[in-house]
Structures are given as C-alpha cells and as structure tokens.
Design a binder for this molecule. Structure first.
Ligand code: AMP
Length: 232
C-alpha cells in the first residue's frame, strides 16, 4: 500500500555509488515527494551551457566538490519551487559542514525542519566495483550495471532504447578522487547529524528492495508533526 507522508523533509547521504539515486527514486514513487539531486541539477546546468554550467564543469568532471556558495544557491533556488512545499528528499546535498549549516539556517528562516538524515553505508571496494561498471541511459537516465544489472542488449537501454553511456566521472581515477573527497569533506556530516539526533544508518549492501525496506522502516518511524526533538 502506498503511504503518503505530508511535509516529510529528508536528507539521503552516502558515498558516490551507495545507491542514493536509486533509493531516492523509489522514495519519490512511494511517498510522492520530489528528489532533489544537486548532481543532476549541476549536470543539467552543464548540458544547457549556462553561465553556472561553465563555472561548475571543471569541478564536476574532476570529481571535486563545486564551491559551497554556488551549490547552496542552486539548492535553495530549487527548494523554493512549489513542488517542494509538501516535502522533499535531498540526494547528494549537503556534502560539507558549511553546506549543512547553510541548509539549517535556510530551513530555520523558512520555519521548516529536516525530519531525518538517512546515511547509506557501503565499503570503498564495493563502491569502486559498482561505479566503474555503471552505465546510464542518455535519454531516460535509467541506471544499468555491466555485471549486476546488465541491459538485454549491450549499450542499449531496456526501457526506452536510448544509448547507454558511462559518466565521465565514473572512471577509476575520478572515482578514487570522489571517494577521497567523500571521506574528508562529507563523512564528518555523519557526526554532525548524529549530534542533532536525526541520523539513521542503513547498510547499503544487498538487494535494492531489501535496502529500500529498511529505508521505509526508518521513514515509518519518523513523525513529521513532532518537531520537538529536532534542533535543525
Ligand atoms: P553526484 O551525481 O551526486 O555524484 O554529483 C556529481 C558531482 O557534482 C560531484 O562529484 C560534485 O562535483 C558535484 N556536486 C554534486 N552535489 C554537490 C554538492 N552538494 N556540493 C558540491 N559539489 C557537488
């Protein structure tokens, strides 16, 4: 049965390749809240050739973090859209303590709160295996894996027939860089949200549906109307 949680504001954390995008899409379907992926927003800016796209391209291709001021303004703009008023799941934001502070302040200004941060945990070697084999449809963005979920026809999307491409930042060198960046700059946020008492850890190894069941259990335990314990 589909459960709708009104005004459910969530953060989905985890290293690159942990399955944040996949889990976020399942949350969109089940809870009817939009997935806000800063990675997707930045890639769209790059594809459109906008000023913002030109500014962020080199960071994204090398696996470095886009400067906080740029990514915070992209995120806050998106959060102002009407579809975010009834809740959202942040995928890939925040990635630094500065971003988390900016989010906390913006939420407070808007008299909103984050109800939960769900952090998916996966060991580095598994992440490298997952990311180097990942292929994404250039038309519908469906994700495949050469070993774990290969398309029926090589290089072609099962869903829409589009061409499957490897993201430039899924090469081994860039992945190593992205993992270093994650451990140095993003992992401290685990403690940050633990201290705020809104952290929930999920083991990201195993079947996608099994992981999603754990995510749903966590969401079931959140009470959007009870903001008394939430300090953000
Ligand atoms: P993702 O699709 O989430 O793996 O993000 C792809 C790339 O976009 C990252 O490697 C960064 O270069 C950039 N990016 C996405 N989200 C952020 C963020 N919150 N802060 C800084 N850079 C980001």
């Amino acid at each position: 049965m589909s459960l709708k949680k009104e005004n459910l504001n969530l953060i989905l954390m985890g290293p690159p390749g942990a399955g944040k995008g996949t889990q976020a899409k399942m949350m969109v379907d089940k809870y009817g809240i939009p997935q806000i992926s800063t990675g997707d927003l930045l890639r769209a800016a790059i594809s459109s050739g906008s000023e913002l796209g030109k500014k962020v391209q080199a960071f994204v291709t090398s696996g470095a973090l886009v400067p906080d001021d740029l990514v915070v303004s992209v995120l806050l703009n998106r959060l102002s859209d009407p579809d975010c008023q009834a809740g959202f799941v942040l995928d890939g934001f925040p990635r630094t303590v500065c971003q988390a502070d900016s989010l906390g302040k913006a939420m407070k200004d808007r008299k909103m709160i984050v109800h939960g941060t769900i952090a998916i945990e996966v060991p580095d070697q598994e992440l490298i295996d997952r990311l180097t084999g990942r292929r994404i449809c250039k038309d519908c963005a469906t994700s495949f894996h050469l070993k774990f979920s290969a398309p029926k026809k090589e290089g072609i999307c099962d869903k829409c027939g589009g061409e499957l491409l490897q993201r430039k930042d899924d090469s081994f060198e860039v992945i190593s860089n992205r993992l270093n960046v994650y451990h140095k700059q993003t992992q401290p946020l685990i403690e940050y949200y633990r201290k705020l008492k809104i952290l929930h850890l999920v083991d990201g190894l195993g079947q996608i549906e099994m992981i999603f069941a754990k995510v749903c259990d966590i969401i079931q335990g959140l009470n959007p109307s009870d903001s008394s314990k939430i300090k953000i």
